[in-house]
Design a protein around this ligand. Structure first.
Ligand SMILES: Nc1nc2c(ncn2[C@@H]2O[C@H](COP(=O)(O)OP(=O)(O)O)[C@@H](O)[C@H]2O)c(=O)[nH]1
Ligand SMILES: [Mg+2]
Ligand SMILES: [Zn+2]
Length: 201
């Protein structure tokens, strides 16, 4: 599965602000595409990404997922709505996940936005989802190092030297702690069926 990070609404922010915002993922080696439905920036790149692939668009409510798809796919007319002035957050306009055929080949799914992100996975496997940690993990004193506060942790040292973006290392530790704690009530309801097969149990 290939991951591309899309930074939409570039028309609303100065470039240096976007650069600063993107820095943790740029440094981690992710592909980043900057887009704007208003200026048209990045739309051709997005089309190339969709072509022939099965794509899932994921992101917070209000970031523009449905608007972007309306622009890219002929005759598509998904509902969109302005970010709430009262809360500054997106409104959950899209309420279900739906797969649309892309006219140049492939499929793309629009998804309801998320207000909170909670991966369903065991804490011990979280490190495998931070690809830039791998080369530094080889320097950890212990093979089963979880890259927390241990002495002799290559990942922790790399973050202290800025070889790993410190924000990514902080994200890792915050996510790790929340995975140990498990989902909070209320979050559970957004996770679908948390049956006995679920790794969180
Ligand atoms: N300025 C600007 N507004 C955008 C852009 N893309 C989407 N929007 C607006 O952002 C709001 C939320 O869009 P929507 O597609 O409903 O977001 P979704 O919840 O991610 O599907 C709408 O008012 C859109 O018109 C963009 O590139 N630039
Ligand atoms: Mg939507
Ligand atoms: Zn380590």
């Amino acid at each position: 599965m290939d991951v591309t990070i899309i930074l939409n609404k570039t028309d609303l922010f100065p470039k240096d602000e976007m650069d600063k915002y993107a820095a943790p993922w740029t440094k981690a080696g992710y592909d980043i595409v900057r887009t704007s439905v208003v200026s048209g920036e990045g739309m051709d790149t997005l089309k190339d990404l969709l072509k022939g692939n099965q794509t899932l668009l994921v992101g917070a409510s209000g970031v523009g997922k449905s608007t972007v798809l309306n622009k890219l796919i002929h005759d598509l007319d998904l509902d969109t709505s302005a970010v709430s002035e009262a809360t500054g957050r997106g409104v959950h306009t899209t309420t279900y996940t739906m797969l649309y055929p892309y006219h140049e080949g492939g499929f793309v799914a629009d998804t309801p936005g998320v207000r909170e992100f909670f991966p369903v996975l065991k804490a011990e496997f979280l490190k495998d989802h931070f690809p830039e940690f791998i080369e530094y993990a080889e320097e950890c004193a212990f093979g089963d190092c979880m890259h927390l506060e241990d002495e002799g942790c290559g990942v922790r040292e790399a973050a202290a030297r800025d070889d790993i973006h410190p924000d990514r290392y902080i994200s890792y530790k915050v996510l790790y702690a929340s995975l140990l704690e498990g989902p909070k009530r209320g979050r559970l309801q957004t996770q679908g069926n948390m049956g006995p097969m679920n790794p969180m149990n």
